[in-house]
Design a protein around this ligand. Structure first.
Ligand code: OAD
Length: 219
């Protein structure tokens, strides 16, 4: 199995969250990525997501996404909302933090998926009931999608080898998959340009860009 984070999309030109140029260096998560922030100012929150959608819309999968898509019998879990694993051809990607291309109605729950960026109206409105839509992502303080999380946990318990790619492994519960897999007997192989929270507890640490290392490792 593999767990990917923002670092796997860095070489596609999508900013990470915690590096030197990370989004959380410039923006406060409390103002933009919580249910309370959305309730206080849905337009502001949507402006930020719309800006990110515009960056992501221009991005293409890089050799790291493509190498993972070529790998048979791999359960792919991602914390990324950018959809680049799908574009690379990976099937059945477990998106534990949601998908930035989904808009979900806060009243009736109806979901719409498209790649429109920028959106013509902010906040966007539900085509069924007219209420405000929210981004289909997981915010701080919210639970992870139940089905994806169940499958991710099962994969961690059954994995022989667990690739941890381009994540700072600081955000739980996703980061908890690493110790869960380790306790269940998996060998942990980390790919990252820098040491992370889990690097001292992995079996193999491969230092370098995912787009260079994964094709060598997997293809
Ligand atoms: P972070 O921004 O916390 O970490 C990105 C990681 O990628 C760092 O460890 C970098 O060293 C590494 N990295 C950068 N470029 C790389 C490259 N080319 N190849 C390999 N590694 C590289 O991103 P995440 O760990 O994904 O959550 O963050 C986890 C969650 O925090 C995100 O899903 C998001 C954020 O708040 C939500 O939005 C709920």
């Amino acid at each position: 199995m593999a767990l990917t984070g923002a670092g796997v999309s860095a070489e596609s030109g999508i900013p990470t969250f915690r590096g030197a140029d990370g989004l959380w260096k410039k923006y406060r998560a409390e103002d933009l990525a919580t249910p309370e922030a959305f309730e206080a100012d849905p337009r502001l929150v949507w402006e930020w997501y719309d800006w990110r959608r515009q960056i992501i819309a221009k991005a293409k999968p890089n050799p790291a996404h493509l190498a993972l898509a070529e790998c048979p019998r791999l359960t792919l879990i991602t914390q990324n909302v950018d959809g680049l694993h799908d574009l690379a051809g990976s099937r059945d990607v477990l998106k534990v933090h949601g998908d930035i291309w989904i808009r979900r109605c806060i009243a009736c729950g109806h979901e719409e998926t498209d790649r429109i960026a920028p959106l013509p109206v902010l906040p966007p409105l539900c085509t069924r009931c007219g209420a405000i839509q929210r981004p289909g992502v997981v915010w701080f303080g919210e639970g992870l999608p139940a089905y994806e999380w169940m499958r991710a946990s099962q994969a961690a318990e059954g994995a022989d080898v667990f690739l941890v790619i381009g994540t700072s492994a600081q955000v739980y519960p996703a980061a908890g998959l690493v110790p869960l897999a380790r306790r269940s007997g998996a060998k942990i192989v980390e790919v990252n340009v820098a040491r992370s929270e889990v690097s001292s507890r992995v079996d193999v640490f491969l230092e370098g860009p995912a787009g260079e290392i994964l094709p060598q490792l997997l293809l």
